[in-house]
Structures are given as structure tokens and as C-alpha cells.
Design a protein around this ligand. Structure first.
Ligand SMILES: C[S@@+](CC[C@H](N)C(=O)[O-])C[C@H]1O[C@@H](n2cnc3c(N)ncnc32)[C@H](O)[C@@H]1O
Length: 255
């Protein structure tokens, strides 16, 4: 049985348990690096892109402190299952859900998104969201396979994440590799490869709805503050450069 993802999942759980307060101090409620200046604009953008609507059963896979889930649940008549690998985030989320009186609409639990088909019934979700969360996966193809199983036919998966650029220039390729290694180390990430992600989606039988650049102007202020405050240096001696593309991918499980 393939279970090598468990080492990475444990690392990620420890990371968020330890860094939760630090994220709260700088990021506030939503832990997403690629964002417009205003949280509301980010949430409305996600709603439109992912196609969230009344009546849906939604899985937020990698839910953070449940602020995105709380936003969606305030706006729509939806049932949301929220999953995080971090016990600390589960307690933060429960507090948030009680505070906003959304207990009837959001259920949060600790669990590993590599095992969605063991946690939830098959064929049950209308939407599965990975909002800057899939890039932590030890085995993203396994996560995608398990997401496929728990989506209902006609249901959709929405992935927001970044993918390193590809270049024929060997010296730039080396620099990109170095920055990605630094990033993986500092953020407990396992940065996705675009080709591998698309291959995994198609192998699982997903059909691609779109793959596109995210259509808002990024405001890097929060990410920069966070990295400065906690001594995270991705570029070292290198001059900063644009090493990855932020993309949104939506796929459907054929009806
Ligand atoms: C960058 S945070 C994004 C949080 C949230 N989507 C938001 O917008 O605030 C990444 C999230 O992915 C979750 N995550 C990472 N690996 C996971 C795994 N193996 N299973 C479940 N959740 C995971 C983390 O616990 C964390 O909540």
C-alpha cells in the first residue's frame, strides 16, 4: 500500500500546529499568499471561479481556520465539510464556527486529504476546494484520486496553487530549483508540478473545465511582511524573480 505521504502529512501537521499563531498575527483569518488586498474580494472571486451556489455540498480540503468556509456558509445555503491535518486548526475552526453560529452548516475535522474516500461517503460532494492546500501533499496524485471518488458525477474540483516555470535556460532552471527547495523547506511544501498535476487529474478521469491565470492583481504585502518578520529568505544571494505561475484549475467528474 502506498503510504509514503504520511511522513509529509505529519510534517505539515506539526508545521501548522507550531506556526498557527504566527499566521494569525500577520495573515489574520485567511491563510492564502496570493491575494488581492481585501479578503472579501478574494472570497467573492473564489465563489465565482469555483461556481459555489445554494444547495451544494462542499468539501474544503485544507480548510485552515475555516474562515473561507465561514464566508461561504454565511452567504449560501450550503453544507460544508472542512478538513485540516492540524489539530490546532481544528480547535481554532470550532471556535470560529461557534462564534459565527454556523454549526448547522459547517462540520470540521482533523484528517488527511490523501484519504478522502476513507473519511467521507463516495459520490457525495458537489464541489471540492483546494485553496492553497494541495501543494502540501506528499502524493498529490493520490489526493486527486481520492477526491474523484468522493465527488458526485457532475461534481467539480477547484485547485488554486502555484507551479514553477519551465525554461530551457539551464542557469535560470537551477535558480528556480533552488528557490523551490527553499520554499518547500520554509513552508513545509511539496511544490506541485503542472504537468504532473494535469496528468494525475486526467488519469483519474477528470475532464478539464479550465486552467488559467488567476485574474486579480496580487498584493504581496502580507506575504512579504510574514517572510520579513519570521526570517524566511527564499532568494538568498539571488535577485528576486518571478519563478512560478499562480493558476486556478477546475475539473469535472463526468456525469
Ligand atoms: C496555506 S493553508 C490554506 C488554508 C485555507 N485554505 C485558507 O484559505 O485559509 C494550507 C492548509 O492545507 C492543510 N493541509 C495540508 N496538508 C494536508 C493534508 N495532508 N490533509 C488535510 N489538510 C492538509 C493545512 O492543514 C492547512 O489548513
Amino acid at each position: 500500500m502506498k503510504e509514503s505521504y504520511k511522513i509529509q502529512s505529519h510534517k505539515v501537521a506539526d508545521y501548522y500546529n507550531e506556526w498557527s499563531e504566527k499566521y494569525k498575527q500577520v495573515y489574520g483569518k485567511i491563510i492564502q499568499a496570493h491575494r488581492p488586498p481585501n479578503d472579501q474580494v478574494l472570497m467573492e472571486y473564489t465563489i465565482l471561479s469555483a461556481g459555489l451556489d445554494n444547495g451544494q455540498k462542499i468539501l474544503d480540503a485544507g480548510c485552515g481556520n475555516c474562515e473561507p468556509a465561514a464566508y461561504f456558509a454565511r452567504k449560501f445555503t450550503v453544507q460544508i465539510e472542512a478538513l485540516t491535518i492540524s489539530a490546532k486548526q481544528v480547535s481554532e475552526s470550532k471556535r470560529r464556527i461557534e462564534e459565527t453560529q454556523l454549526q448547522d452548516k459547517i462540520h470540521v475535522q482533523q484528517g488527511d486529504y490523501h484519504e478522502l474516500d476513507k473519511i467521507y461517503p463516495l459520490d457525495c460532494f458537489d464541489k471540492i476546494l483546494f485553496l492553497e492546500s494541495l501543494g502540501h501533499a506528499g502524493e498529490p496524485s493520490l489526493v486527486i484520486e481520492s477526491a474523484y471518488k468522493v465527488l458526485r458525477p457532475g461534481g467539480e474540483i477547484y485547485i488554486k496553487d502555484f507551479y514553477p516555470k519551465i525554461t530551457a535556460d539551464e542557469s535560470i532552471a537551477r535558480k528556480i530549483k533552488q528557490v523551490v527547495e527553499n520554499l518547500n523547506h520554509h513552508y513545509s511544501y511539496n511544490t506541485l508540478d503542472l504537468n504532473e498535476t494535469i496528468e494525475a487529474l486526467r488519469k483519474s478521469n477528470f475532464e478539464i473545465v479550465f486552467i488559467k491565470q488567476i485574474d486579480f492583481k496580487n498584493d504581496a504585502a502580507i506575504k512579504n511582511d510574514f517572510e520579513e518578520k519570521f526570517g524566511i529568505d527564499l532568494f538568498g544571494e539571488m535577485e528576486e524573480f518571478y519563478f512560478a505561475e499562480w493558476l486556478e484549475i477546475k475539473c469535472v467528474k463526468p456525469a
